[in-house]
Write a protein that binds this ligand. Structure first.
Ligand code: HEM
Length: 154
């Protein structure tokens, strides 16, 4: 085997190594890393009922029948699916319009997020994906939280 042949084999091996490494480090969308639609639906179906039944948050959903709650559930799912890079298209209202006037406080937000975190822990979602999903929620916070500790407007 001459030197040129050895060099070309080494060169090819290096290129192959680089391609494989690049492929491995290429990030899949959060949607896929969370496990796709059914996995996100399972998360939503676990934490939304807990948020709705929470003594602090329940007042926001008073007067919502089962059908209204299902509609909110579906829209939250669609929104999370789209926001995490999934094949969904959110057709609901903007967060500002949907939550405007509810008087959601910083404290309400914390309770809500804590329910979500508890669910993500229950489903053993890895820290990286958990942080990314909470990051997605944080981008919506300014449009959802509208009150400074006063609670829901009467
Ligand atoms: C403290 C936190 C929150 C509370 C108390 C809350 C409460 C509510 C309530 C009461 C509604 C129904 C409004 C209506 O029927 O007019 C609603 C709708 C909705 N919420 Fe939230 N929410 C909170 C956080 C969030 C977050 C973090 C998201 C995003 C994942 C979200 C997504 C939605 C969506 C998609 C709808 C349906 C919008 C539509 O009807 O077009 N909410 N929320």
């Amino acid at each position: 085997m001459n030197v040129t042949r050895i060099l070309s084999i080494l060169c090819c091996s290096f290129v192959l190594f680089c391609l494989t490494t690049a492929q491995e480090t290429k990030q899949k969308p959060l949607y896929q890393r969370l496990g796709g639609y059914d996995a996100i639906a399972a998360v939503v179906d676990d934490f939304i009922p807990k948020a709705v039944a929470d003594p602090q948050l329940g007042k926001f959903f008073a007067g919502h029948g089962d059908d209204s709650k299902k509609k909110v559930r579906q829209l939250v799912l669609d929104q999370l699916c789209e926001a995490t890079g999934g094949p969904c298209f959110y057709i609901g209202r903007s967060m500002k319009v949907a939550h405007g006037g509810l008087g959601i406080t910083e404290s309400d937000w914390t309770v809500f997020v804590n329910h979500l975190v508890a669910t993500l822990d229950k489903f053993k979602v890895a820290q990286k994906e958990k942080d990314e999903l909470l990051g997605v929620l944080t981008t919506l916070k300014a449009d959802i939280v509208s009150a400074q500790g006063a609670g829901m407007k009467k």
